[in-house]
Every structure is written in structure tokens, then in C-alpha cells.
Design a protein. Structure first.
Length: 93
């Protein structure tokens, strides 16, 4: 019974990580694309209007996505980086 409780307590951590990275990052990307599309509009006279808050939101979302991707790559390669270069990332011993 102890094993079942231990497995269930670890399961919720995996589910939360899957929701954050599996659904959260694509949702942030969707917001970035939507805000990027609203960053420039053309009015009836043919003038381009810029929506700077939408552009800033899109760029912030894209920076977050790039940061998450780079952190994921570094987390995956942390043992290799520690062995080859002596740089210990994410507590790699």
C-alpha cells in the first residue's frame, strides 16, 4: 500500500508538469501569434496603425517561449555539459 501512495503522490507532479509544458507553452505561443496579428492594422484610408501594447505582449510571449525551449535543452543535456565542460547546471553533480 505504501508503494501505491508513493506512486500517486509522484503522479500529480508529473500531471502538473505535463499540463504546464504540454499545454501551457503552446497556449503562450497562441497568445503571441494572436497579439502579433493585432499589432498592425490598416484603417479605411489605408494607413497602418500600430498597437504597441499588443506588439509588446507578443514579444514578451516569444521571449518566454525561447527561454523555456533553451532551458529544456540545457536540462536535457545537463549531464553531458557537466562531463564535457565542467559546468554544473540544475544541480548536476
Amino acid at each position: 500500500m505504501h508503494t501505491v501512495i508513493t506512486n500517486l503522490s509522484s503522479l500529480w507532479e508529473v500531471v502538473v508538469a505535463a499540463l504546464v509544458f504540454g499545454a501551457g507553452v503552446p497556449a503562450v505561443f497562441a497568445f503571441a501569434v494572436r497579439w502579433w496579428a493585432k499589432a498592425e492594422t490598416v484603417d479605411a484610408q489605408g494607413r497602418v496603425r500600430r498597437n504597441y501594447p499588443a506588439l509588446a505582449g507578443a514579444l514578451i510571449c516569444l521571449v518566454v517561449i525561447v527561454t523555456v525551449v533553451i532551458a529544456g535543452i540545457l536540462f536535457t543535456a545537463k549531464a553531458f555539459i557537466a562531463h564535457q565542460f565542467g559546468i554544473h547546471l540544475f544541480g548536476q553533480a
